[in-house]
Design a protein around this ligand. Structure first.
Ligand code: ZN
Length: 398
């Protein structure tokens, strides 16, 4: 048992914030939320002056690329396809995927991301799964293998090329098969300036809650409405989309139509491994696009409960609610606000990964007092250098 004492709790999803509140975790689950909870025998964490938020949910990241951070500040999408997917990827052995995912998972956890939908392009799903288990991170591992054997904090999604990058009939067959098995299907869609395949997918009855679409920069208002009406999960990755020329973020168009878009880092070849900057970039874009000021706190929901919704995990994670799994993050830096006002908006506008004090996944503390437990991030980074160098030796980038 774990008792978080005297935290400023941000439950999420529009629920009022709870100053000076305790949260009790039992068997990996949030067992009670209230003031002055009594839990004999529980490990106590003094959360005085800290803000407790639901763990952040990154719904689209190619985690295996963690060793390649910053290799492509000026990469276009065709450059990326050629260098990263065309050449670096084929150099990955199972042990490289394991090391790369350990590095990527450690960087994500360090920044308060407790769940990731990892679009794992490598053929080494078992190596990735082992990495998440070692690090204690919740992950949906998306791959072109249809896996039904992942359990606990791990689950599988089917990653497909989709009707824009592969044959439409093949995409349809994959979608129908995964739907029968109850497995999430995720694909890139509408990530360019040409019309998206959303309408075509709707015509053949393929939109729905088990489908997760990423980017959607070219989505029209009518298509956004189709996505909202059918309950398809949607994710935007604004930093990478704008840097690589996909076009402006679809966040606002999707939200206007009634979708609850989630946020992803996507790739770190030209981006950062945390969601704080993604939240802020989206907030800035929305405040530039529309006259009424979008509340900053909306972005924290986008990075938590909306992420959980987009990938079918909202019954388990995404808010601080009794009965959900205990994925929780304690934040420093706002002690002056804790108890004196709402903190969710300030988390979005004014905090950064170094303010992440404690991270809990499924009831287990993986970061405490600002340091990951049992993981030496610097050592992981040093070990992974060889992966990037090997890619360079194949005549790619760097
Ligand atoms: Zn992607």
């Amino acid at each position: 048992m774990l008792l978080l004492q005297n935290a400023h709790v941000v439950p999420g999803d529009g629920h009022p914030e709870l100053p000076a509140t305790d949260v009790l975790v039992r068997d990996g689950e949030i067992a009670a939320i209230g003031r002055g909870l009594d839990a004999p025998g529980a490990e106590v964490v003094d959360a005085t002056g800290r803000v407790l938020i639901p763990g952040l949910v990154d719904t689209h990241r190619h985690v295996w690329q963690a060793p390649l951070r910053g290799i492509g500040p000026d990469m276009t999408l065709p450059d990326y396809f050629a260098a990263v997917l065309g050449r670096a990827l084929v150099a990955y052995r199972p042990e490289d995927t394991n090391l790369a995912v350990r590095l990527g998972a450690a960087e994500a956890l360090d920044a308060g991301v407790t769940t990731v939908l990892d679009w794992n392009n490598t053929p080494h799903v078992d190596a990735a799964a082992e990495a998440y288990q070692t690090l204690g991170m919740r992950a949906v591992i998306a791959n072109d293998q249809l896996r039904t054997d992942l359990r606990g904090t791990l689950s599988a999604a089917l990653a497909i090329l989709g009707p824009e990058y592969g044959p439409a009939d093949e995409a349809e067959a994959h979608l129908r098969r995964a739907r029968d098995l109850g497995i999430l299907v995720t694909m890139h869609l509408g990530g360019g300036r040409t019309p998206s395949a959303v309408s075509r997918m709707d015509e053949v009855g393929l939109l729905g809650p088990g489908v997760h679409l990423v980017h959607l920069n070219s989505v029209t208002p009518d298509e956004a409405k189709l996505l909202a009406d059918t309950g398809a999960g949607v994710t935007v990755t604004p930093l990478v989309e704008e840097l690589m020329g996909h076009g402006s973020s679809a966040y606002g168009r999707l939200a206007d139509a009634g979708c609850r878009p989630a946020l992803g880092v996507d790739v770190v070849v030209n981006s950062v491994p945390d969601l704080f900057e993604v939240m802020r970039a989206t907030l800035r874009a929305e405040r530039t696009r529309t006259a009424p000021l979008l509340p900053a706190a909306r972005m924290l929901d986008a990075a938590t409960i909306d992420g959980a919704r987009a990938i079918g995990l909202a019954d388990r994670i995404g808010t601080i609610t009794v009965g959900k799994r205990a994925d929780l993050v304690l934040l420093d830096g706002l002690a002056h606000l804790a108890g004196n006002g709402d903190c969710a908006g300030a988390v979005v506008t004014s905090l950064r990964p170094s303010d992440v004090d404690t991270v809990i996944v499924d009831g287990r503390i993986v970061k405490r007092a600002g340091r990951l437990i049992g993981v030496d991030l610097a050592e992981l980074r040093a070990s992974a250098t060889e992966i990037a160098h090997r890619a360079r030796d194949r005549g790619t980038f760097l």
